[in-house]
Design a protein around this ligand. Structure first.
Ligand code: HEM
Ligand SMILES: [Cu+2]
Length: 588
């Protein structure tokens, strides 16, 4: 162990010296600023039309659309990794005793699943949509800082390798500290995988922060002349708010991670039981952690608010209120973190105020829900795949939100905390809502980023398998919480709180649900790959018939342009549209 730590220290030292050497070599900083950086729309000097071919193109690209696709591919691979980890866990839980993997390995899978899904799938997949579509939606020719954009993406693969190092490198024990990394466990468990994971997490945090700065600057400074704050589309609004939250939340996580690394390796005592304070970790972690859940949910809410009107044949009901509630959530999300700590023995007066703010934050979420429902009310609903996933989002989000409100009530929380009820709650939101919105977005924009159409029947199969799988799995977990099955256990044969036969049955139901989900995602993978390579080419500039309802938008106008461009390549009048836009586009 000491040898490994020494090796790590030397490695980090070499890295620092290398960075310093590199920096001193740079004489002209300005030559490192991108030609488009800070410029105005349309003056971009570098050539999208001169991309190199093959792998080199993907390694060197600074085009926002390419980077969006890179983010998307990366995030979907992470989704597969995290998903397979959880299938093993669910199979392990079909019987009360240990049957497939050791409890230690189960804990490692649990840790990796949580971290992978939140940091390697959740945040990156939203950056994928943001990168590809925000410049198109706001009439910019690229992100404000294209090269920083590329750097932000390329920090992720090394981050992922560090996070997964415990599984990939023989001899390095994977972390078992769980995604919340609670001290003193996370300080005292010696697994070297934890140190590498902390470094990897740090990289993903730097990446997210760079991305957020880029989104904020892009939306503030690169909007086309006819895109004002009043007609900025709802997806960009949610990405803007999300980026604002990231700027305050992720650097804090970074600091906390470094403190934990110091505690683990250099003998500091920030979180030590004697001389430090393990509860300090929880405060720091959740001051990041609760905003993080809104970092993950706001852009999906934006996607849903964007898609539902298109297939209801009308504009989003109460557009302004959806924007205001987004901003309200952004602010309030920093005032509720201690609802994750009700059982830690913090001052009861503090507890009560955190309960109050937590109940209050449900209000803007409910406002949005009513807006979505009212948008659909008496609308001309078209039940295609993106719309099905959007409606599924609303249904699942209601269950996820209401269980959250229950958990925010202190008396209920003290009974249900650390049970499967909590796991059910947040999976209804994260899988049932966030992942559903991601799927809705992928299907909705599939014609744009692939130029082809997906197989509609398979899309519907994907939806129904996901909807049934999600509800079987996570409703069973809510019931498991009521019979007081504690979370994070690899075995439950020694459980004394609830009736073992009921617990076993519910666990088996959850496993069946997870397998249904797995089949659904296999259908998705097949559909995407097959359609991308071989699907029917989209020749219609308006594949969703949005013009009929006056709901045609900029990104499809761009797509239409591209189709009509003589050589089928980049649109010839790119700059013209970016400056002038088209009169018939609507923005909500
Ligand atoms: C509608 C407003 C919401 C309220 C009032 C709420 C409330 C709560 C409360 C009180 C807990 C702590 C339960 C415990 O550990 O005892 C919790 C846990 C959690 N919530 Fe929510 N929640 C809400 C929405 C969301 C959303 C939108 C997400 C995801 C995007 C989310 C993700 C989570 C996660 C990940 C945890 C578990 C963290 C952990 O201990 O591992 N919640 N929620
Ligand atoms: Cu929270």
């Amino acid at each position: 162990m000491a040898g490994e730590q020494l090796a790590l220290t030397v490695l980090m030292g070499v890295l620092l010296v290398g960075v310093a050497a590199f920096l001193t070599r740079i004489e002209d900083w300005r030559s490192y600023a991108s030609p488009a950086g800070g410029g105005t729309v349309g003056e971009s000097g570098y050539g999208h039309r001169e991309k190199p071919g093959g792998v080199l193109r993907w390694l060197t690209t600074v085009d926002h659309k390419d980077i969006g696709l890179l983010y998307g591919a990366f995030a979907l691979i992470a989704l597969a990794v995290g998903g397979l980890a959880v299938v093993v866990m669910r199979l392990e839980l079909t019987t009360p005793a240990s049957n497939i993997v050791s409890p230690q390995f189960y804990n490692a899978l649990l840790t990796s699943h949580g971290i992978t899904m939140l940091f390697l799938f959740g945040t990156p997949i939203l950056a994928a949509f943001g990168n590809y579509f925000i410049p198109l939606l706001i009439g910019a020719d690229d992100m404000a800082f294209p090269r920083i954009n590329a750097i932000a993406f390329w920090l992720l693969p090394p981050g992922a390798l560090l996070i997964w190092a415990g599984f990939l490198i023989p001899g390095i024990a994977p972390s078992q500290a769980s995604w919340t990394l609670y001290a003193p466990l996370s300080v005292e468990q010696a697994h070297f995988g934890t140190d590498l994971m902390l470094l990897g997490l740090h990289l993903t945090g730097v990446s997210a922060t760079m991305g957020a700065i880029n989104f904020i600057v892009t939306i503030f400074t690169e909007r086309g002349d006819d895109v004002s704050w009043a007609n900025l589309d709802i997806f960009s609004w949610t990405m803007l708010t999300q980026s604002g939250i990231i700027i305050f939340a992720f650097p804090l996580l970074g600091s906390a991670l470094i403190m934990l690394l110091l505690d683990r390796n250099l003998g500091t005592m920030f979180f030590a039981v004697e001389g430090g304070n393990p509860i300090l970790w929880q405060h720091l972690f959740w001051f990041f952690g609760h905003p993080e859940v809104y970092i993950l949910v706001l852009p999906p809410m934006g996607l849903i608010s964007y898609i539902i009107p298109r297939f209801s044949g009308r504009k989003l009901f109460g557009f302004k209120f959806v924007v205001y509630s987004t901003l309200a959530i952004g602010v309030l999300s920093f005032g509720v973190w201690a609802h994750h700590m009700f059982a830690t023995g913090i001052d009861p007066r503090l507890r009560a105020s955190f309960m109050a703010v937590s109940l209050a934050i449900a209000i803007p979420s409910a406002v949005k829900t009513f807006n979505w429902i009212t948008t659909m009310w008496n609308g001309r609903i078209r039940l295609n795949t993106p719309m099905l996933f959007s409606i599924g989002f609303v249904a699942n989000f209601i269950i996820g939100g209401v269980t959250g409100v229950f958990l925010a009530a202190i008396p209920v929380n003290l009974i249900l905390t650390d049970t499967y009820y909590v796991v059910g709650h947040f999976h209804y939101v994260i899988m049932g809502a966030i992942a559903f919105a991601v799927f809705a977005g992928i299907y909705y924009w599939f014609p744009i980023f692939t130029g082809r159409m997906y197989q509609r029947t398979l899309g519907k199969w994907h939806f129904w398998l996901s909807m049934v799988g999600t509800n079987v799995t996570f409703f069973a977990m809510i019931l498991l919480g009521y019979v007081e099955m504690p979370r994070r256990y690899a075995t439950y044969d020694a459980i004394t709180v609830g009736p073992l036969d009921v617990i076993t049955l519910l666990h088996q139901a959850a496993t069946v649900g997870a397998l249904i989900l797995l089949v659904g995602q296999l259908v998705f993978v097949w559909n995407v790959l097959q359609s991308w390579l071989d699907g029917p080419k989209v020749t219609d500039g308006d594949p969703w018939d949005l013009k009929d309802d006056g709901l045609f938008t900029r990104e499809f106008a761009w797509h239409e342009d591209r189709l009509t461009a003589a050589d089928g390549g980049e649109p010839q009048n790119d700059g013209v549209r970016a400056d002038g836009g088209t009169p018939e586009t609507s923005s909500d």
